[in-house]
Design a protein around this ligand. Structure first.
Ligand code: B12
Ligand code: SF4
Ligand code: SF4
Length: 356
């Protein structure tokens, strides 16, 4: 069965990470404490359906196991940008088209293969990113991979530029023996050891406590999930992190390892998924109308920030760079159509006072 799963996962262009048992999640108390301490910022939805996060079997009656899948998306960005470097200030995952749809469709093909090989009564459910499920805690139960100090699931050979998805199954299957990584040690199985690179290079101190992310300080949170104005102390980084942030992955030695010749990691099989290869000029982004927004960003993860969020991010980048067209944009009447842009404009003096 494992061979069948592995082959059918590879055949559809995904990574097979392992098969894990489902049950009450030991990491749940960590999650509860994280929520209680307010580190989830304004992502109130994370506190919903806590019972499912505690016990993922509630997501599919009779579920016993989960097949853990990965979608590799490393496009070779470098942390240290060179002058003239064409890399975009957009997180690598967000340049893909709608990976949820692609990932789900590929996983459904795997399900179809499995369904053909087992009794009809067995149920499967594909989940990708959207369910109340501790996806990283599940992935960390596979025999290869661990949670790093940057809080990401890292595979020792494939790195962390892997989106996670799961096939929950009522089918009893042989499960992985958990990876032998010891917290604080580094071995062939993985582990951070004494490395602190993600903590040192995170520009905002969001990882000051190892293995714990404080979303109230994270650029990824502000540029993707946060709906209001962005506190001015985070503005300086927006020209480089216009949507999402990859710094704590780009500096991680496991992602350098994943570039080694012969590694299966990287975008390779999924290069056709890359949809965003350039961005419109910032003034156009700030003043875009609905049809421009849909044409340019529709069907990509960047719509998670919604039109107003992308406009806000682009306006901040213009202010920080003192863009030559800033005065013109600020005087444009279209700015008045979006309250978030007006509220961001009202923060300019505060930002300039901070910088002076
Ligand atoms: C909310 C969310 C965010 C928030 C908060 C991130 C965070 N660190 O919690 C924000 C908006 C900041 C965010 C950012 C990003 N996200 Co996000 N996000 C999520 C989401 C929806 C929920 C995560 C969550 O529950 N967080 C709460 C914390 C407490 O839980 P946790 O991180 O899962 O931690 C558990 C395990 O680590 C476990 N655990 C297991 N072993 C160990 C060992 C030790 C020592 C410890 C302490 C804990 C531990 O304990 C915790 C749970 O109990 C998941 C999808 C999902 N449903 O899981 C995607 C997800 C985590 N995000 C993902 C991605 C790609 C990103 C970004 C890279 C996007 C970007 N480039 O900007 C960044 C990475 C930032 C970072 N360093 O985490 C991927 C990560 C894939 C991977 N390889 O790990 C996920 C899994 C989506 C997916 N399906 O692929 N994200
Ligand atoms: S995503 Fe960026 S801001 Fe957030 S923890 Fe990682 S390096 Fe820090
Ligand atoms: S950068 Fe270092 S400390 Fe951070 S996750 Fe990678 S190995 Fe662990």
């Amino acid at each position: 069965m494992r061979r069948l799963i592995e082959n059918s996962v590879h055949a559809v262009g995904l990574e097979f990470l392992g098969v894990v048992p489902l049950g009450v999640e030991e990491g749940f108390s960590f999650f509860e404490r994280w929520i209680a301490s307010g580190k989830h910022a304004e992502m109130a939805y994370l506190a919903n359906n806590m019972h499912c996060r505690r016990d993922p079997r509630l997501l599919l009656p009779g579920a016993r196991t989960a097949i853990i899948l990965g979608l590799s998306y490393n496009q070779g960005d470098s942390f240290r940008r060179q002058p003239g470097d064409a890399s975009l200030p957009v997180a690598q995952y967000a340049r893909l088209g709608d990976y949820h749809r692609y990932f789900k469709a590929q996983a459904q093909q795997v399900v179809a293969t499995l369904q053909g090989a087992v009794a009809e009564s067995h149920q499967f459910r594909v989940l990708v990113d959207s369910a109340p499920l501790l996806e990283r805690a599940l992935a960390a139960k596979t025999s290869r991979g661990f949670i790093g100090k940057n809080t990401l699931y890292i595979h020792p050979e494939k790195g962390s530029f892997l989106l996670l998805g799961e096939i929950l199954a009522t089918l009893p299957m042989p499960v992985d023996s958990p990876s032998s990584v010891e917290s604080g040690k580094r071995s062939d199985a993985g582990g951070c050891g004494s490395c602190r690179r993600c903590q040192v290079y995170c520009p905002t101190g969001a990882l000051d406590e190892a293995y714990t992310l404080d979303a109230r300080k994270c650029l990824s949170y502000y540029t993707i999930e946060h709906r209001g104005t962005i506190p001015v102390e985070y503005w300086s980084w927006l020209p480089y992190s216009l949507f999402g942030c990859d710094i704590c992955q780009l500096v991680c030695p496991y992602n350098r390892l994943s570039e080694k010749p012969g590694s299966t990691a990287g975008i390779k099989q999924n290069s056709h998924l890359v949809k965003i290869t350039k961005l419109p000029p910032l003034p156009e982004m700030v003043l875009m109308d609905q049809s421009f927004y849909v044409r340019t960003f529709g069907g990509t993860p960047m719509t998670r920030a919604k039109k107003a969020g992308l406009q806000r991010n682009a306006l901040i980048a213009m202010i920080v760079e003192n863009h030559p067209e800033l005065a013109q944009v600020l005087a444009d009447s279209r700015l008045n159509e979006e309250p978030l842009l007006l509220a961001t404009t009202a923060q300019i003096s505060e930002y300039r006072a901070l910088k002076s």
